[in-house]
Design a protein around this ligand. Sequence first.
Ligand SMILES: C[S@@+](CC[C@H](N)C(=O)[O-])C[C@H]1O[C@@H](n2cnc3c(N)ncnc32)[C@H](O)[C@@H]1O
Length: 283
Amino acid sequence: MLKDALIDVLTPQERSELYSAFDMIGDIVIVKIPDSLTSKKELIANAILRKVKPAKSVFAQVSPVQGDFRIRDLEFLAGENRTLTEYREHGCRFKVDVAKTYFSPRLSTERLRIAKMVSEGEVVINMFGGVGTFSIVMAKIAPCSTGRPCKIYNIDSNSHAIDLCAENARINKVQDTVIPLYGDAAEAMVRLRGIADRVLMPLPEKASQFVDSAVSGLKCGKTGIVHYFAHIKADTKKAAQGRGAEDTDLAFKNYQHSIAATRVVREVGPRIYQIVSDVLVKA
Ligand SMILES: C[S@@+](CC[C@H](N)C(=O)[O-])C[C@H]1O[C@@H](n2cnc3c(N)ncnc32)[C@H](O)[C@@H]1O
C-alpha cells in the first residue's frame, strides 16, 4: 500500500528498499525510512499525505519501541505537527498520543479474541493496560457476547497512558466498569489481592517477572485465567507456538496450572514472535 502511494516519487529500486509496512493510527502515519532514502523523506511524507486519504500527519519512526513505557522516538515529517489522534476499533474510540504512549493497531484481533472470552460479572485486572485498549474493548464487547464484566482494573506506570485511559473510558461510556490505576503493576497488585477471575499480562518483554503478582490477583481457591504474553525466538511460526507453550509452562511451574491454548499473535522481528497463552491457574 505504501509502495503504491509512492509510485510517482520513487524509482522501482527505491520502492523496493522501503519497508512495505507502515502504521496508520487514526489520522497519523508512522513510517520507517531506510538510511538510503533519508534524503527523500519529505518527498515520501508529502506523497503519503496526498495519496493516503485519512492521513493528516506523517512521522518517521527513528528508534525501536523501547524503555519501560514501550514507546518509540518519532521525527515529524509533514502535515500537522501533533501526536494526539483518535483511533477506532470494534465500535470503540481511543484517544492515543503516539509519542507518549504505547499503541499498536496490530493487536486488534487479539483484543477482540480476549474480549469474547469474558463472562458476565467477571472481575478483570489488566496489569499493563496502557491507554485502555484491551480493557475498553472487553467492557464494550462483552455485553454483546457473553455478559457485562463488572470491573476491569487498568494498571499502567505511564501517567500519560492512565490519563488517556480515564478519558477513553468516559468517551466510550464505560467509566463505571474500567478503573484506571496509575503505578507499578507489582505494587498495585498488592492492593488488588484475590479479587480477579481473569488477569491480562500484555508486556511480553517482562511478563515472566510478574507471574507471582498476576496469580496473587486471582480469587483464592478458584481456578482463574491468566493471559500471558511473551516473546519467543524461533525459526517458524509453528515452532514459536510450541516453544511459547513450553515457556509458559516454565513461567507458571510453581502453580497448579494448565494451558488452555497458546497462539502466535504476530511476528515482531526476524525470527521473533509474540505469543499469548491462556493459562488456567488454581490460586
Ligand atoms: C506493550 S504495552 C501494552 C499496552 C496496552 N495493553 C496495549 O496493548 O495497548 C505495555 C504497557 O505496560 C506499561 N508498563 C511497563 N512496565 C510497567 C510496570 N512495571 N507496571 C505497570 N505498567 C507497566 C507501559 O507503560 C505500557 O503502557
